[in-house]
Ligand binder design. Sequence first.
Ligand SMILES: *Cc1c(COP(=O)(O)O)cnc(C)c1O
Length: 339
Amino acid sequence: MSKKDIDWGNLGFGYIKTDKRYVANFKDGAWDEGTLTDDNMITITECAGVLQYAQTVFEGLKAYTTVDGRTVAFRPDLNAKRMADSAARLEMPVFPEERFIDAVKKVVAANVDYVPPYGSGATLYLRPFMFGSSAVIGVKPAQEYQFRLFATPVGPYFKGGAKPLTIRVSDFDRAAPHGTGHIKAGLNYAMSLHAIVTAHAEGYDENLYPDSATRTYVEETGGANIIFIKGNKLMTPKSHTILPSITRRSLEYVAEHYLGMEVEEADIPIAEIGQFDECGLCGTAAVISPVGKIVDHGKEICLPSGMTAMGPKTQKLYDTLTGIQMGTIEAPEGWIVEI
Ligand SMILES: *Cc1c(COP(=O)(O)O)cnc(C)c1O
């Protein structure tokens, strides 16, 4: 086997069909044994639960090559657990967590030629997802489901350095107070598309969603959690309606245990963002994207870290977490899973 002839450094973030994907089906109350397949097409009834009532949840994680040439995945157990929580909230059967991790290993191993080499900045992005596949016309959960996990190589998120983003406080809501903001479901993304398209049209990179109940506290963006830094402290919003980002939870651990920072989850009023030194968005794809400016209905809040580079503390967090991922810094127990 040899690596595919791909220009890793210039790959974008898009879908490329790889050799194998994993599929398991749920029928008559049980999951089948699952299998790897070449077939990237899905045939389902026009009345499938996913098509009619959006009964679907997903995950995102990456596999990559470490400095010493190992092929690994980053904390897949947390994705397995989160997908189980997401499925339960949408009345879908849980795909067993140990089988999820097994599927990750099988798909990466079967597509190992697509795992980008160390130093390229590229990774093999893994997309596990589940959907209601049987016919549903009266509103109720489907009887049958499919779990599927495919891989696609993606390029380095920042080509030529991380440019700080400008984000706006959105007039749209992302998550209802007792809704589905805390699960990774396609439905949360469908309704965010209008907000992101209009934000881009108006020159903003992302939407910062306030809490829907009072519109006074910071929650997160459409697809990333938010972090703030003040002095030696890392602060993140405390809320039941934000998605529990694995990157954010990892950064909190790194801040406390590797960098000696204070870490606090608290209500963060939008009116008080001006007090912070640095701000960033965090998620699997970019790890951290620095934020330079937040615009709240015409009022510009410019972070002292500026618009040219990551702030120093953000950079330290980024370097430490990516070092842990790539094997140049010792990882906490269980974070790096070898394929
Ligand atoms: C996936 C996602 C994130 C990032 O989570 P990670 O586990 O760090 O990739 C943040 N917010 C939302 C809404 C998401 O869907």
